[in-house]
Write a protein that binds this ligand. Structure first.
Ligand code: PLP
Length: 414
């Protein structure tokens, strides 16, 4: 029997071979499939289509940039206008003062670069035993070797022969500051390089932080000289109604990772913000200054950078972050109405990120399949939850309709 050439991501291939959804075009908050279905993009693809699909001005920017400078690397002495402009813009809006920016090709890249830099920094200043990375259970930090190793979703770490591809990773309970304190006690602060967390756990089921959690974690990080890394790959660039969730939740990270919303998905771009104490040794005008040996072929790609710049301009010009904050309220109101439903265990919202956790009698996988027949894309997340994270350009009614569609399907089960 013929099987597809494309090995899909995170897919049980035998189950999906005969039921693939081929997306042929997209406009605004809607996709069209080869079968002619029109689907509301209720997850903004993989949490990134913030300004919506199919924008003419984005296509124009890519076209013009390709005609001027299609690509050139930024290794060593080389740089280019768009990479420089984007980095300056990013530093202006960064959730930390006087940041530097490292650019690469996506969220998993950003995680690798961030975690390696944490270790590289301690090593450089002579604290060579500080190598362990602590993450949270149910966290998702991409699927490169480091992201796989710190993953709090166990199934992403399984099957590689050891518990962790990269040695020196530990996970702690997601809302517990006591668990973090115990881990520090057990491992020893002198062996811990960094703590990494998504401000709102995304793929693990949309879990916003509990009151006071990060405040205490950050204090422990400071007291024990542990770097604090905020993984803002989902939350960055407006998803929480602020440019960054770090600002919304009062975080002072040493490193922030970003991707997705920086281009709204129009090009593959990720990166990190680095706080002064980490970058300063590498910038000292001194022949003995260390080199951070990071870099990927497409770091600072000019077309990608041009698209990011345009995306950030659109966010500002169309007040889309304010729009995201408004839609959070709409989503929150809709979710509070469905929360009392017999088949709903709980609902969660943090920014324009929502989840409806179902009781066992209803299966999130089944509901998300049935939603497709009603014209809505959503996604089953860990913990039998249905993900809702629409584009910022969605209307109030579209957001309400998606939640209403879930209610309609649940009513049918009863
Ligand atoms: N970090 C977080 C919080 C994510 O949600 C993701 C992807 O969903 C990643 C990292 C990895 O990003 P990418 O898939 O672009 O490699």
């Amino acid at each position: 029997m013929k099987t597809p050439a494309l090995w899909s991501a995170q897919a049980h291939m035998p189950s999906i071979i005969d039921r693939q959804i081929r997306v042929v075009s997209a406009q605004g908050a809607y996709l069209t499939t080869d079968k002619g279905s029109r689907l509301f993009d209720g997850t903004s693809s993989l949490w990134y289509s913030n300004i919506g699909h199919g924008r003419e001005e984005m296509a124009q920017v890519a076209y013009e940039q390709m005609r001027t400078l299609d690509a050139y690397h930024v290794f060593g002495r080389y740089t280019n206008d768009r990479a420089v402009e984007l980095s300056e813009k990013l530093v202006d809006i960064a959730p930390m003062d006087n940041a530097k920016v490292i650019l690469n090709s996506g969220g998993s890249d950003a995680i690798d670069v961030a975690l390696k830099l944490a270790r590289r920094y301690w090593n450089h200043i002579g604290r060579k035993t500080k190598t362990v990375i602590i993450s949270r259970e149910h966290s998702y930090h991409g699927l490169h070797a480091y992201g796989t190793s710190v993953a709090g979703l166990d199934f992403n770490r399984e099957g590689y022969g050891t518990d962790s591809l990269v040695s020196g990773t530990e996970r702690v309970e997601k809302h517990s500051t006591t668990a973090f304190a115990e881990a520090i006690e057990r491992i020893g602060a002198e062996n811990i390089a960094a703590y990494i967390a998504e401000p709102i756990l995304g793929t693990g089921g949309v879990h916003p932080p509990q009151e006071g959690y990060f405040e205490e974690i950050q204090k422990m990080c400071r007291d024990n000289e542990i770097l604090f890394i905020a993984d803002e790959v989902i939350t960055g660039f407006g998803r929480t109604g602020s440019m960054f969730a770090s600002t919304r939740y009062g975080l002072q990270p040493d490193i922030v990772t970003f991707a997705k919303g920086v281009t709204s998905g129009y090009a593959a771009l990720g990166g990190i913000f680095v706080a002064p104490r980490l970058w300063q040794p590498f910038f000292e005008r001194n022949a003995n200054a260390p080199i951070y040996r990071h870099g990927t072929t497409y770091s600072g790609h000019p077309v990608t950078a041009a698209l990011a710049l345009k995306n950030l301009e659109i966010l500002e010009q169309e007040s889309l972050i304010e729009r995201s904050a408004h839609l959070e309220q709409v989503l929150s109101n809709s979710l509070s109405e469905i929360e009392s439903h017999e088949l709903v265990a709980s609902t969660r919202v943090g920014g324009l990120l929502g989840a409806i956790e179902l009781r066992d009698i209803a299966q999130a996988e089944v509901i998300t399949d049935q939603l497709l027949d009603l014209g809505f894309i959503s996604r089953p997340l860990r913990g039998n939850s249905v993900q809702i994270s629409p584009p910022f350009i969605s209307t109030d009614q579209e957001v309400r309709s998606l939640v209403e569609a879930v209610r309609y399907l649940l009513d049918d089960i009863q």
